[in-house]
Write a protein that binds this ligand. Sequence first.
Ligand SMILES: Cc1cc2nc3c(=O)[nH]c(=O)nc-3n(C[C@H](O)[C@H](O)[C@H](O)COP(=O)(O)O)c2cc1C
Length: 204
Amino acid sequence: MIEKETRVMRFGETLADIDPLIAGRWSSRAIDPEIPVEREVVFRLLEAARWAPSSFNNQSWRYIVLTQDDSEALEKGRDALVPGNAWATVAPVLFYVLGKKHFAGKSTENWRRLYEAGLSAITMAYQAVREGLVFHQMAGYSIDKVRAHFSVPEEYDIIAAIAVGYPGENPKLTGSKLEMETEKRERLSHEELFSWNGWNIRES
Ligand SMILES: Cc1cc2nc3c(=O)[nH]c(=O)nc-3n(C[C@H](O)[C@H](O)[C@H](O)COP(=O)(O)O)c2cc1C
């Protein structure tokens, strides 16, 4: 059980005593450009993602894995990020999360593929906390560039990007994004999120 705040854990004010792994996971951007992520650590992250649940166990997620071991491929991954995510271009590891549109060997569309991709990513995120890694998911990238750079077939949606690295000083982390490193972590209230016994959500 993780009990104290580490560099990759920052606790919000939880309303109940939940597992510190969940309460402390957060999306830092302070990635050290100089420290590579060991191959076996990357493998453990992928293994965590592999064990996520999915409808009919169809495992619709796919990952493009880019590490410092292939700088040319990593550079292509970095090139696809939007300028607002320049802080992530220092990350020694980038993932692009994909979702297979149809069940294997069938013409039936898997409408849950976005959900399933998210499940695999959060499974990986908790493993990353255990590994002492910064793990930051992103929507800010060019889908067209990712598709072109890596020849991704149309059968796969390009759902998210993830920057991974060890915590440290990130020279590309400036301005409002730097301020976010110390901002309070907040969440909507239960009343705004959870509707008990019918529809009674408090609109926010
Ligand atoms: C699907 C998704 C897309 C996101 N896109 C970006 C992004 O493009 N750039 C960025 O800096 N942060 C991005 N974030 C990080 C969120 O801002 C962050 O998860 C949110 O503020 C909650 O903070 P926490 O993860 O520390 O709890 C994204 C997160 C998710 C899950």
